[in-house]
Design a protein around this ligand. Structure first.
Ligand SMILES: [Zn+2]
Length: 148
């Protein structure tokens, strides 16, 4: 099946270990995601593309029970096909990122739990191309040891 990222320049794709792509300010060291041509904190234009860490911790989260308006929500499924999802902020070493959280709506989530970046199908274009977006999933300690 053909696939495409939901937007260019958000994350590495294709990749077995995708990372989010942000920008780091050379003057104040702020890391911003997605990338900016200038620093959103100090206004410096001395910024460079940087890859963010794949792992962090869940900072806070909530659940999206109803279909958001399109736009800004990019999904085009029929209201009856909408599946509630969890969304949250994940604290990476470089920055706090807002993202979808994978897993069912009943997935147990806890502030502070370890999370890892993943890339998941998000919707399908009219020509059948699968559209991918980034998300975070809980990392079980045993799983992370096996993957390391
Ligand atoms: Zn700056």
């Amino acid at each position: 099946m053909a696939q495409r990222p939901v937007a260019e320049g958000l994350f590495d794709w294709p990749s077995h270990e995708p990372r989010l792509i942000g920008s780091r300010c050379a003057d104040c060291d702020l890391v911003a995601f997605p990338t900016y041509d200038y620093c959103p904190r100090c206004g410096s234009t001395d910024v460079a593309v940087t890859r963010l860490s794949r792992r962090g911790t869940l900072w806070t989260w909530t659940r999206q029970w109803f279909q958001p308006k399109n736009p800004p929500y990019a999904g085009r499924e029929a209201p009856a096909d909408f599946k509630p999802f969890a969304v949250g902020y994940v604290e990476l070493p470089e920055a706090r990122i807002e993202a979808r959280l994978v897993g069912g709506i009943d997935e147990p989530l806890e502030i502070g739990m370890p999370m890892e970046l993943t890339v998941v199908p998000f919707m399908t274009d009219e020509d059948g191309t699968e559209v991918l977006t980034f998300a975070f999933r809980p990392v079980a300690p045993a799983t992370s040891a096996a993957e390391a």
